[in-house]
Every structure is written in structure tokens, then in C-alpha cells.
Design a protein. Structure first.
Length: 424
């Protein structure tokens, strides 16, 4: 072999190793790329993302193209390396060529390019998408034949070939992705996304305003009393009942009703003609389902009823939004505030507060699977109706019953959390 041919063969060998590295890196980059970000970029019109997405939609043909190119490059490189070795070292060079070529392929064509590709998978995928697409079509006949034979063998072995929906996430998998996204999205957005996923498990019972806290108007009250209630109301809509809260007549828009009062001759007929018919829902309705129903029925409020048709509470679209956005919706008027922070670091809490809401405000971990309100949680824990002054220790928090009205707890004082060993 002439020296010129030896140099040419060496350059060919180096080129083949680069080609092998190109295919190895392409495979790694395309398999490691974030599919969800890729779809987003494709939807925004990024042409490289569209090309990569097109290639990934045919994974069997894509892998066949890459493997054919990689295998061809490695086989030809092996032949060239053997020729060079025999030229310079004779028969002994064959073994030497095998060892050297193996090391070169591992380092230059496998480890280094794959490490680079997995580190910069998106950028690398976009770069290789054009040449791969060209090779994809040039090798189509060979790829088609190889794919058919390969798939046929897999079917003979009982393997089902399905690519559709393989990268869809279940709600629990998506929850895991969001929970482990710290540093990529803000903590508040992370909490909001997790709360949205929680809507699939929570019912309207978890967020409704309990029956005893519903602010409402008795249709039989005189005009002056109704006017005062509307003026003092801090809501846009108020329920109207007759005799008993179970006898709901409708939902009255507050501002529209006040306009009639400020008119010349206000009367009940004109005021209550503004009411919308009440909308009733079962107590076990999922929040995710109820959001859809609010949209379909063009409603913002619904009365939650039990199996006997008795009113349990009132739920609004705002209650569900509050469950999602959390503290952003915690800015309330003094009349609505359920938790008051005292100077000594303790909290005076309205006992009708939902346990989930209390946990969110105090960053506590009171059980939320059983009773839905703090009052119910304390009563269940004590297994009796306590008197004012009763103290207990619950989930690391010392609690004191401040006030009891009739057969219900109204106010509870929660002291700063203590470690179990501090409790005696």
C-alpha cells in the first residue's frame, strides 16, 4: 500500500468514526429530548422542532435508519483499520487493529458523542434533524424492508407493537413531575398546579360555605330590613329563602337589587323578580366536575344538598378558584376572616373553618380525611361536646376551646406547635 493510499485510508477511517459518532449521538439526543417542550416549540412554529417531532412519530423507522448508518460505518471502519494494520504490521496487526479500533469506537464514536448529546439533547437534536431527515428518505427502501422483517419477528414472539399514546402521563405521574420541578417553576405556581390536580379527588363538601355560615335574606322580611342586609352585604349575590334555609327561593344579585331601592318606588315584587332559580348539586360532586357544570349552565353558585334534599352549604366558582390559587384569594374583609393572629403568636380561629383551609394558612398538618371542619375534628377527637376552657393536644398543637354556643364550638385558640417531647 502506497503512503498516499495509507493517508487516504487513515482519513477515511477518521471520517467513518465521526459518522459512527454522529449516528450514536443522534440516537441518544432524540431519545433524551423533552417531548412536552418539543411539542410546545413545534406549536409555536419552530421548524427544527417540527422536523424532530416528525422523526419521532416513526420511532421504528428512525431507529432503523440510525442503526443501519451506524452499523455500516462501523463495519467499513473495521475493514479499513484491518487493511492499514496488515500494511504496517502484517498478520500481527489484525489483533492490534481490533484492540485499537475498539477503544477508538468506544471513546470517539460512543461515550464522548453520547455524553455530549444527552447533555444538550434539544440543541443537538435540532442540528442533526436535517441530515437525518435526508438519510431517512435516502435509505427508505432498506429501512422499510428491515423494519418489516424486524416487526414480523417480534410479532412471531408475541410482542405487541404500539407507539400511540406511549408518552402520555397519568395524573399521578404528572403530579410527580410537578412535585419534582423545584427550581424550574416558582413555588407558588408549583402549589397551584398540585391543587389543580387535587380537584380530581376533592368534592364540593371540601370547599363549600357551611349552612350555618350562609349569609341570606328571608323573603318575608320587611323592605327596610332587606335594604340594610343588602347594604351591609359584601357579596355580589345573596341567597333568598322563605321561613327556613331549606326553602331556598333563588339567588339575588345585590347591586341590581340596590338600584331598585334607590329608585322611586321600591317593592318586593320588583326586587325578587331579579332572582335566578336555585341550582342544587349532590354533596359528593367532584370539584373538577362542578367546574365544568358551572360553565355549561352559566352559573357561579350552587346549593349543596344531602340525600334527603336538605341544604348542607353553598359553593361558588370563587370557592373553587380559591382552592386553586390559595393565599392570593385570602384577602378578605374583617367579617369574613376566620383566623386571627394574636400578639403572643397564637391564633384565634373560627371553629367552622375547613381543616384544609386551616392547614394551608398555618402550614399545619391536621387530618383532613375525616371531619371537614375544625369543630368536627375536635369533637371527634374528644368524643364529646367540650365546654369552654377545655384544652387538648392535637397534631403537635395545644388547643383551647374559647367559646361554645349551644351544641357547637364557635372559637378555638391554637398555640404555637410544640415537639412531642415538650408535651407533658
Amino acid at each position: 500500500m502506497h503512503s498516499l493510499n495509507a493517508v487516504t485510508s487513515g482519513l477515511i477511517l477518521a471520517g467513518l468514526l465521526l459518522v459512527s459518532g454522529f449516528f450514536s449521538a443522534s440516537e441518544t439526543a432524540l431519545m433524551a429530548i423533552n417531548r412536552y417542550r418539543l411539542r410546545y416549540l413545534a406549536q409555536t412554529g419552530v421548524s427544527s422542532a417540527k422536523r424532530v417531532l416528525f422523526l419521532l412519530k416513526k420511532p421504528d423507522r428512525l431507529l432503523a435508519t440510525i442503526l443501519i448508518g451506524n452499523t455500516f460505518a462501523n463495519i467499513v471502519a473495521s475493514a479499513v483499520a484491518t487493511m492499514l494494520a496488515i500494511h504496517f504490521w502484517g498478520e500481527v496487526g489484525v489483533a492490534l487493529a481490533t484492540v485499537v479500533l475498539t477503544l477508538l469506537v468506544l471513546i470517539l464514536s460512543e461515550i464522548a458523542p453520547k455524553t455530549l448529546a444527552v447533555t444538550h439533547s434539544q440543541k443537538f437534536s435540532f442540528i442533526v434533524s436535517w441530515p437525518l431527515l435526508v438519510i431517512f428518505y435516502l435509505l427508505y427502501p432498506i429501512v422499510w424492508l428491515a423494519t418489516k422483517v424486524s416487526n414480523g419477528l417480534l410479532r412471531l414472539l408475541g410482542v405487541k407493537l404500539q407507539h400511540a399514546h406511549s408518552d402520555r402521563l397519568t395524573s399521578e405521574e404528572l403530579r410527580s413531575v410537578v412535585a419534582n420541578s423545584a427550581g424550574k417553576i416558582t413555588e407558588h405556581h408549583q402549589e397551584m398546579l398540585l391543587r389543580i390536580l387535587d380537584l380530581e379527588k376533592m368534592t364540593v363538601n371540601d370547599v363549600m360555605i357551611p349552612r350555618n355560615r350562609i349569609v341570606s335574606i328571608d323573603i318575608d322580611d320587611d323592605l327596610e330590613k332587606i335594604r340594610q342586609q343588602l347594604l351591609n352585604c359584601n357579596m355580589k349575590h345573596i341567597p333568598v329563602y322563605q321561613d327556613d334555609i331549606n326553602e331556598i327561593k333563588g339567588i339575588l344579585p345585590v347591586f341590581s337589587a340596590l338600584e331598585i331601592f334607590f329608585g322611586k318606588e321600591p317593592n318586593k315584587k320588583a326586587i325578587f323578580s331579579l332572582m335566578r332559580e336555585p341550582y342544587f348539586i349532590p354533596e359528593e360532586t367532584l370539584l373538577s366536575t362542578q367546574m365544568k357544570h358551572f360553565k355549561l349552565k352559566d352559573r357561579n353558585h350552587a346549593f349543596v344538598v344531602d340525600e334527603y334534599g336538605d341544604i348542607l352549604g353553598l359553593v361558588s366558582l370563587g370557592n373553587i378558584v380559591h382552592e386553586i390559587v390559595g393565599e392570593l384569594a385570602m384577602e378578605r374583609s374583617d367579617e369574613e376572616a376566620l383566623v386571627h393572629r394574636n400578639a403572643d403568636g397564637s391564633y384565634t380561629v373560627n371553629a367552622t373553618i375547613h381543616v384544609r383551609e386551616l392547614n394551608r394558612i398555618l402550614q399545619a398538618n391536621f387530618p383532613s380525611e375525616g371531619p371537614r371542619t375544625l369543630s368536627g375534628l375536635v369533637t371527634e377527637y374528644l368524643e364529646a361536646m367540650p365546654q369552654a376552657g377545655t384544652c387538648l393536644y392535637l397534631e403537635g398543637y395545644p388547643l383551647e376551646i374559647v367559646a361554645v354556643e349551644g351544641n357547637k364550638i364557635s372559637l378555638i385558640k391554637i398555640l404555637p406547635r410544640r415537639k412531642p417531647k415538650d408535651h407533658k
